[in-house]
Write a protein that binds this ligand. Structure first.
Ligand SMILES: [Zn+2]
Ligand SMILES: [Zn+2]
Length: 124
């Protein structure tokens, strides 16, 4: 049983989904009304969320904790903001619901979310 659990855990840590969520930036005036697909400003490629809580871009130029990225949505273009803890937790729930097709079922989506949240809780 322990081995099976460990496999699920490591699979979740390596799984990636496209990052589709509202802006988690501090005091963002959008107040998480708009759900967007995110891209990396340095390379203009799509950003993915990994089960270990890291974000990485398609180009592969950066991979680090979602807490260490800075976000600029259409409401504050070019002004990169740190994620707000509550806004990020809320936005991640939306991210999972927006990418249901990437998960076998709701349970897998929630397991993925739990792993990402562990990273957020230890990095903020
Ligand atoms: Zn990049
Ligand atoms: Zn914003």
């Amino acid at each position: 049983m322990l081995i099976i659990h460990f496999q699920i855990y490591t699979q979740m840590q390596q799984k990636t989904i496209p990052l589709v969520m509202p802006c988690p930036g501090i005091n963002c005036p959008d107040k998480r009304a708009t759900i967007s697909e995110w891209e990396h400003a340095s390379c203009f490629t799509q950003v993915f969320l990994k089960g270990n809580g890291n974000l990485l871009c398609k180009e592969g130029c950066t991979e680090k904790s979602i807490c260490q990225w800075r976000f600029a949505c259409a409401r504050h273009q070019g002004e990169y903001r740190k994620p707000d803890f509550n806004a990020l937790i809320d936005a991640l729930g939306t991210a999972i619901r927006s990418t249901k097709a990437y998960f076998r079922d709701d349970k897998e989506g929630l397991q993925f979310l739990a792993e990402v949240q562990k990273n957020v809780f230890s990095n903020m």
